[in-house]
Design a protein around this ligand. Structure first.
Ligand SMILES: [Fe+2]
Length: 434
């Protein structure tokens, strides 16, 4: 149970809020490179309740500026793209990627000077199929040295999807290691398709033991949460027998991303980025520690579930997330198909736009969720006062140290120490060749 005031502190991210102010201190994904690849690279971006336009000018520079022209507030998403900027179709004012007005051709020469009208403009960097923006005050920190941003472009597939709910619901499903035994339960073990589900069902590192079998038969993991430089590391251990444990290690990359295993050689880094208080996008990097990724194939498979241009899902509240009671009896625990993405989508969207946490009752398996909320509250207070930024960790590691985070998912010797699975991660990382 959470007081309404606390719930609002944790979930409100618009201009002027503590949580929004905190999140703006970190690079946030705002678009996929794919979205700027057409012949007119101009897309609307709504983030933290703020409306912006993202564009790539003729010289390849990326701009992220106020969506509304500082002259008379028309929508610059309809602008004319030029070599050095975006030109407003209303009176021809031309804006550079940093928001500087380069030309006001309807004004007499003495009034047509290069100037900045103070319209919002944010620095962007492009890495591995994603465009990140820094919307905070001061100079941006370096991009965090996480695996998905250090791997070469050939080994990372980027994708996104829209969720009709507050960002916190999405993160809180990602750091809950118990739900996989139920929400993603398949009533049969054999692989029947090629999607997320299949990936999820193999990957223990032991071909004889499908993850789905382990999840179904060992539903109550022992959970250990450890604070790290980047956030939280969550170890979920399922004791199979006297000789073996299944160990799955996932991470919270503070403040709004998770790093989790997808198979024995692939990890997913997923940012949950607020659009506004009632909607968010997930942005994911699928990073291979083995061969390069087949991007066209992965994109084709993911597009079966999503629609352009907004990456809105084809299943959702409007069609009951594809729920089929007959399937629920014989195939899956949810009755919502084989794709675990849809299961998670139901889990995050079905409570409503913002979960009423006054009515919740957290249990033992929610330990990472409680820790995460406490970290958010503590950190947003510090974030609000730049003079105190040195006082408590902001989990914004800027010294270039490689952060991993370490992830793991396999059957191990029973009661093996942390060092054993850490070695497993290190071996994968070394073998990756990057
Ligand atoms: Fe899940």
């Amino acid at each position: 149970m959470l007081e309404d005031e606390i719930n609002r502190k944790l979930t409100e991210t618009d201009q002027g809020t503590g949580c929004g102010g905190l999140m703006r201190l970190y690079w946030q994904p705002v678009a996929l490179t794919d979205e700027l690849s057409g012949n007119r690279p101009v897309v609307p971006v709504r983030i933290f309740g703020e409306d912006l336009v993202l564009f790539r000018n003729g010289s390849g520079e990326i701009g992220l500026i106020d969506r509304h022209c500082p002259h008379r507030q028309v929508d610059l998403c309809y602008g004319r793209l030029e070599e050095n900027g975006l030109r407003c179709p209303f009176h021809g004012w031309l804006f550079a990627p940093d928001g500087t007005c380069l030309d006001q051709p309807g004004e007499l020469p003495e009034n047509n000077r290069i100037r900045h009208f103070g319209q919002a403009n944010y620095p962007c960097v492009e890495r591995n199929g994603m465009i990140f923006a820094y919307l905070g005050p001061g100079d941006p920190p370096p991009l965090p040295a996480v695996d998905c941003l250090q791997a070469p472009d050939s080994h990372v597939f980027a994708f996104k999807g829209f969720l009709e709910c507050n960002y916190l619901q999405a993160v809180e499903v990602g750091i809950d290691p118990a739900h996989a035994s139920f929400l993603h339960r398949y009533l049969k073990d054999e692989d029947t398709d090629d999607s997320y589900g299949r990936q999820f069902r193999s990957g223990t590192g032991d071909e004889d033991i499908p993850v789905t079998w382990i999840m179904r038969n060992f539903p109550a993991p022992t959970i250990d949460v450890k604070r790290t430089d980047f956030g939280l590391q969550i170890e979920a251990r399922r004791h199979l027998d006297d000789a073996r444990d299944h160990v799955r290690v996932t991470n919270l990359l503070f403040p709004n991303a998770i790093v989790i295993p997808m198979s024995s050689s692939m990890a997913i880094t997923q940012w949950h980025v607020p659009v506004d208080d009632h909607n968010c996008y997930w942005y994911a990097h699928f990073t291979s520690y083995d061969a390069p990724v087949d991007k066209p194939l992965m994109r084709e498979q993911r597009m079966e579930l999503y629609m352009l241009p907004d990456y809105k899902p084809r299943l959702g509240r409007f069609n009951n997330w594809g729920y089929d009671p007959a399937e629920q009896e014989s195939e899956t625990y949810t009755g919502m198909g084989m794709d675990i993405n849809v299961h998670d989508q139901w889990a995050v969207e079905s409570p409503g736009p913002v979960t009423d946490r006054r009515k919740e009752h957290l249990a033992g398996t929610d330990v990472a969720i409680s820790r995460y909320r406490a970290m958010l509250l503590r950190t947003m207070e510090i974030a609000a006062d730049p003079d105190r930024h040195g006082e408590l960790p902001l989990y914004r590691v800027t010294d270039g140290r490689s952060l991993g985070p370490e992830w793991h998912d396999s059957v191990m010797t029973a009661d093996c120490p942390r060092e054993d699975w850490l070695a497993g991660y290190q071996e994968r990382r070394d073998r990756s060749g990057w």
